[in-house]
Design a protein around this ligand. Structure first.
Ligand SMILES: Nc1ncnc2c1ncn2[C@@H]1O[C@H](COP(=O)(O)OP(=O)(O)OP(=O)(O)O)[C@@H](O)[C@H]1O
Length: 471
């Protein structure tokens, strides 16, 4: 991996500092020289090294485009080709920190932050799962945070549409399972035990591990090998029944688990003695051996641990299944993926040129102030689109979810006193906006809510920027 960045990227962006390095690329904080906006620039190295990496790059971009509409998913602003046709550059909205680093600092997150982070993660995963897509690589370093404790989920390189997994011919092992490279510590038992199929439960497991990590300040199951990972899990979670074990559809599960050395159990409430009952309860219900018995994301959102932040109008879903524009259950050639991505970049450029032309024509008849507000990069377009997604006066919008924690607290307080605030928003493909379908689902109110917001008035959360300035 080299830190070098192509000249045409240097022409557009001023690189300020390296933010992180993952298995596939390096991420920098950068400034768009034209708009002066701070962005995150990710260079994916050898994005098209082989068909598997090419498919991963393709999926990452496609899923980001689809899910970036959600306020808790990172927005991909732009894509650039590299001169060598092997790397690729992605331009994202910038976030101040990732959860892994925040947890490592130890004292930044208070209980209310942890609850708010989990609630936002559930919202993001609800959105993905409603489109029948699994993230498959949920871990603290893929959870980005800003100073207001807002969460944006990142890294969609391993995301998969469930229907494409279901399409795989019966009796044949899905290639993805052998290529599954998600970080071991957050992998569910069915993945570790090589189940033939898996479900949304894999993400729910990882969410349980993330919550536990926030509470104890270190990874819950830091396994050193697959077997060690399974051992650590089995020593802590509730003992699965025989049915639970057979339900995951793994040839090896029963024999691996039987041969496992018997060690003294260390249950969750001993590992996290300082956590509240509702936090431990949520982890216990997420870290169940049988995926079908784990909490679903909808159940999580009304769980006592996060219910004070639950607000159906800020929890949109997709009304359609997300499928990629290329068949996902067959691996195509490197060129298929690269060409499709390049076509997309070219389409974006064409759209930008058309946008410029329309703008120039409109400018002739516009007042100077309107001209000043009109911008022409995809980045600006993406931002103004997000603004334009505001919907009718009763429903949620992308913008409405971006208030500070203080605003959220205030609006939640006022909503709590309003009887008809139980709308359920969804995203429709036709008009590309979030809308209220006025589901009559009763909004849960908790006695904790008023106490929580009363406490918040005297806590650091009223100065949310402090969250990261300590960091
Ligand atoms: N938009 C962003 N704003 C700020 N920091 C970011 C952003 N995106 C990524 N990062 C930082 O860069 C790190 C690596 O990013 P990312 O997970 O996308 O890379 P990757 O190579 O796909 O990683 P992995 O090895 O986890 O698959 C993140 O953990 C985070 O610290």
């Amino acid at each position: 991996m080299t830190d070098d960045v192509d000249g045409h990227i240097h022409d557009k962006f001023e690189l300020q500092k390296r933010l992180g390095k993952g298995a596939y690329g390096i991420v920098w904080k950068a400034v768009d020289k034209r708009t002066k906006e701070v962005v995150a620039l990710k260079k994916i190295f050898d994005a098209f090294r082989n068909p598997t990496d090419s498919q991963r790059t393709f999926r990452e971009v496609m899923f980001l485009q689809e899910f970036g509409k959600h306020p808790n998913v990172i927005k991909l602003y732009n894509i650039f080709r590299a001169d060598n046709d092997r790397d690729i550059y992605l331009i994202f909205e910038y976030m101040e920190a990732d959860l892994h680093n925040v947890i490592k600092k130890g004292t930044i997150l208070k209980d209310v932050h942890k609850q708010y982070i989990m609630c936002q993660l559930f919202r993001a995963i609800r959105f993905l799962h409603s489109g029948n897509v699994l993230h498959r690589d949920l871990k603290p370093s893929n959870v980005l945070l800003d100073a207001d404790c807002r969460v944006k989920l990142a890294d969609f390189g391993l995301a998969r549409s469930l229907s494409s997994l279901e399409d795989y011919p019966e009796g044949q092992k899905m290639p993805e399972l052998t290529e599954y490279v998600a970080t071991r510590w957050y992998r569910s038992p069915e993945i570790l035990l090589a189940a033939k199929r898996y479900t949304k439960g894999v993400d729910m497991w990882s969410l349980g591990c993330i919550l536990a990590e926030m509470l104890i300040g270190r990874a819950l199951f830091p396994g050193s090998s697959t077997i060690n990972q399974i051992e650590r899990i089995m020593n802590t979670i509730s003992k699965p029944t025989r049915n639970d074990i057979t339900s995951i559809g793994s040839y090896y599960a029963a024999s691996v688990l039987e041969k496992m050395p018997q060690r003294p159990r260390k249950p969750l409430d001993l590992i996290i003695p300082q956590a509240s009952g509702s936090a431990v309860d949520m982890i216990q219900r997420l870290l169940l051996f049988a995926p079908q018995r784990r909490l679903t994301v909808d159940q999580c959102l009304v769980h006592p641990y996060v219910v004070q932040f639950h607000n159906p109008s800020e929890e949109p879903i997709l009304q359609y299944e997300v499928n990629l524009p290329l068949p996902d259950h067959i691996q195509l050639t490197i060129d298929d993926y690269r060409n499709r991505l390049y076509e997309m970049i070219d389409e974006k450029k064409t759209r930008r040129i058309q946008h410029d032309r329309i703008k120039m024509e409109n400018d002739r008849s516009r007042a100077p102030i309107a001209q000043a507000e009109c911008s022409d990069t995809d980045y600006d377009t993406a931002r103004s689109l997000a603004r334009a997604t505001s919907v009718d006066k009763n429903s949620s919008s992308l913008e409405s979810s971006s208030g500070t924690l203080r605003e959220r607290a205030q609006s939640a307080d006022s909503r709590a006193s309003s009887k008809d605030s139980n709308a359920n928003s969804s995203y429709t493909k036709q008009n590309g906006t979030f809308s209220n379908n006025s589901s009559t689902k009763q909004r849960r109110r908790s006695i904790e809510r008023s106490r929580l917001f009363a406490n918040m008035k005297s806590s650091k959360i009223l100065h949310p920027h402090k969250l990261i300035s300590n960091y």
